[in-house]
Design a binder for this molecule. Structure first.
Ligand code: NAD
Length: 292
């Protein structure tokens, strides 16, 4: 029989992902801060819990998908939290993007309660979550990865164990570096093309067929063309991720000169009140720098 699932964090990603588990036949009990998201889970065939404690008490697997390290720590360590209330032997699958060190510490603290943890952050965005084609980068023990794999296969397409606890987060940090720099490069190209009077749709189509083509250019094309910056992936979250990768790189002595510049551009968008927009809004920053 399938493991019983608790799902904490039903946001842009957590809602469609948990619904994919329900569609795959899993029994999912969820908790999140917004009532409308709990109603949505119940409508999809899951069970809405009134607290984390209630959601996790009978669960075999506890999936977490919340914004950042402070939220993961709150839901894990609080009196109402996972470590106090989950069964011994339960497996936590943390899919949030957080600092690698938080994942390492969580695995260590959970072990004292007989609870196992893997870090399993994802890439692929809201569309990847809805279509269950996420890339899932895992850190932890081989046996726990093997146990979680069937469940992860209901959520994603490329599922890889990258190394010990925290390794999934390190790979995700690299992912966020590549995505931010790629969006910035595409945004600069878009502004340059428009100012040059070239037909943008034609230009992006042909660019996508060559070495400049990318998932970013494909997935964000309409955002760029229509100046539609509804998230998606919020600038606030990418700001958090640029902090994670900058910090982790400093710790190991890796130099990220271009990443550091793009991190500043993300921070500047946020400072200008655009933190709630999709990260494709880096285009706005290029427009401002170009006098528009
Ligand atoms: P979101 O803000 O839409 O959702 C976060 C959810 O966490 C909310 O529903 C909130 O209620 C819940 N939450 C926060 N604190 C909680 C608490 N104490 N108890 C219970 N629930 C709590 O964020 P999102 O876009 O779904 O992102 C979630 C994570 O996934 C982040 O770490 C993000 O970096 C990562 N991620 C996002 C995307 C994307 O495209 N949106 C893609 C890949 C990875």
């Amino acid at each position: 029989t399938l493991p019983k699932i608790a799902w904490i964090g039903l946001g842009i990603m957590g809602s469609p992902m948990s619904e994919n588990l329900i569609k795959a036949g899993y029994d999912v009990t969820g908790f999140t801060l917004e009532q409308d998201k709990l109603d949505r889970l119940a409508a999809a065939g899951g069970t809405a819990a009134k607290s984390i404690a209630e959601a996790v008490k009978d669960a075999d697997v506890v999936v977490t998908m919340v914004p950042a390290s402070p939220q993961v720590e709150a839901i894990a360590y609080g009196p109402d939290g996972i470590l106090e209330n989950a069964k011994s032997g339960a497996l936590i699958v943390d899919m949030s993007s957080i600092t690698p060190q938080t994942s390492v510490d969580l695995a260590k603290n959970a072990k004292e309660k007989g609870i196992r943890v893997i870090d399993a952050p994802v890439s692929g965005g809201e569309a990847g979550a809805i279509e269950a084609v996420l890339s899932i980068m895992v850190g932890g023990e081989q046996a726990d990865f093997d146990e979680a794999k069937p469940l992860l296969e209901a959520l994603g397409k490329t599922i890889v164990l990258c190394g010990p606890h925290g390794s999934g987060q390190t790979v995700k940090a690299a992912n966020q570096l590549i995505v931010a720099v790629n969006i910035q490069a595409c945004a600069e190209a878009v502004v340059f093309l428009e100012k040059s009077g070239v037909d943008l749709t034609a230009a992006l189509d042909v660019l996508n067929g060559g070495l400049a083509g990318s998932t970013v250019l494909t997935r964000k094309k309409d955002n760029f063309l229509n100046r539609d910056f509804k998230p998606g992936f919020r600038i606030d979250l990418h700001h958090k991720d640029m902090g994670i990768v900058t910090d982790a790189a400093r710790n190991v002595g890796a130099s990220l000169p271009v990443g550091a510049v793009v991190a500043q551009l993300v921070a500047s968008l946020r400072a200008q009140g655009d933190g709630g927009l999709d990260h494709s809004a880096l285009l706005r920053s290029v427009e401002r720098l170009s006098g528009e």
